[in-house]
Design a protein. Structure first.
Ligand code: FAD
Length: 374
């Protein structure tokens, strides 16, 4: 990326991804069952080499991938992102044996990954998690619950964050790679507004050993935060992809829908609303690319930029999708309409991977840290 524009090759790649999403992935997504893992869709993402890019690329490439897939097929976008979220701790903190056992299957879309941090009693305050890892011989036994875990209970393995208690708070957490077939691990699907699969997990004395640890004992919170730092701007990219899809649908609709002796776009109130939607979407897009670029260049202001990008993009997408529905009228609310689908999709990203209020907290903390340093 030079200055504020994507290069020709990047633009071409995004165009190809949008076409793939539309022609190859959307038909598979439509055959899937709502709220269930769509294995044929994942296998196609593997076949197309797109899952490989999640693990081999930088933050900007991940953002372009997520934005472009989201434009044409949110189910494919989310399936891809979840493989990344569940697989990245293994890539970054796993042993050679763990990586060899699990990552080829994740990259091929054969094995389903999940990232299990949140609990019924610990969401935004993840460092307060309570899932207990009690010492048992050379290993531990996991006891407790996880909640709102995407891909649960159908995933093939979970990156699980549990309290081993080396120190209070964040320093007493360890990450484990837990295969789904471990004795004592059960789960239930949750019926949510968001269309993708989500469930809860129950751990009833699940045995884990030293060979299951990701990173080291007491380093689990760092493993979780490293993963979330990479993925935060890309949640913004997902939102930008949805906003762009809603905006384009609105342009087409308002340019063609006749009313009051003209088309809707002739009404100044409509045209100005569309202008506002486009301007906000463009601002969000640039902020996302800037945050991803900062991550890729190892800039020290990544936490502030990533939080700003996620905050602005997810709030903007909500604004744009809501107004897109408004400017379409009743047709947008019919089951199966693109905007009915986006209206359900767009809500959750303002809550997960750090709610908007949490992002504002991070931005303010970083700003005042700057004041204190001066
Ligand atoms: C669709 C979806 C998918 C998810 N997938 C996963 C997953 O794969 N893995 C996983 O581990 N988790 C997942 N989650 C859980 C998600 O990470 C949590 O919902 C999130 O961290 C918020 O936690 P909570 O829902 O318990 O809300 P709470 O922490 O109870 O917060 C509720 C509200 O309080 C306010 N608030 C909270 N903290 C602050 C603060 N510091 N300052 C100001 N206001 C604040 C915010 O408005 C927030 O929305 C998913 C959630 C959803 C909705």
């Amino acid at each position: 990326m030079a200055g504020f524009a994507l290069g020709v090759e990047q633009e071409e790649w995004c165009g190809q991804l949008r076409a793939l999403a539309e022609r190859r992935l959307r038909p598979l997504a439509e055959k899937g069952e709502p709220g269930r893992v769509n294995r044929p869709l994942l296998a196609e993402l593997g076949e197309l080499g797109l899952l490989e890019r999640v693990f081999g690329s930088g933050a900007l490439e991940l953002c372009l991938l997520r934005e472009s897939l989201a434009y044409g097929c949110t189910e494919a976008e989310t399936a891809l992102a979840l493989q990344g979220l569940g697989g990245h701790p293994v890539l970054r903190a796993g042993t050679a044996a763990q990586r060899e056992r699990w990552l080829p299957g994740v990259r091929a879309g054969r094995l389903v990954a999940a990232f299990a941090l949140s609990e019924p009693g610990a969401g935004s305050d993840a460092a307060a998690l309570a899932l207990a890892a009690a010492p048992d011989g050379a290993g531990w036994r996991l006891e407790g619950a996880k909640c709102w875990i995407s891909n649960a209970p159908e995933a093939d393995f979970y990156t699980v964050f549990a309290r081993t208690g080396e120190a209070p708070g964040a320093k007493g957490i360890t990450a484990f790679l837990v295969p789904a077939d471990r004795p004592g691990l059960t789960g239930e699907a949750l019926d949510m507004l968001s269309p993708h699969p989500i469930g809860s997990l129950s751990f009833d004395g699940v045995p884990v050993g030293r060979e299951d640890v990701l990173g080291g004992p007491g380093q689990g919170f760092r493993v979780a935060m490293e993963t979330l730092n990479l993925f935060r701007p890309s949640v913004g990219a997902f939102a930008v992809g949805m906003a762009r899809a809603a905006l384009d649908a609105t342009l087409a609709h308002t340019a063609g829908r006749t009313a009051f002796g003209g088309v809707l776009a002739d009404l100044q109130a409509v045209a100005h609303r569309v202008a506002e939607m486009a301007t906000r979407t463009e601002a969000a897009r640039l902020l996302v690319y800037a945050a991803a670029g900062a991550y890729d260049s190892g800039s020290p202001d990544v936490p502030r930029r990533a939080a700003m990008a996620k905050l602005l993009a997810t709030e903007t997408a909500q604004y744009v999708v809501d107004h897109a529905v408004q400017l379409h009228g009743a047709v947008a609310l019919r089951r199966g309409h693109l905007l009915e689908h986006l209206y359900r999709e767009v809500r959750a990203p303002r809550i997960y991977e750090g709610a908007s209020e949490v992002q504002r907290g991070i931005i303010a903390k970083e700003l005042y840290r700057g004041v204190a340093a001066r």
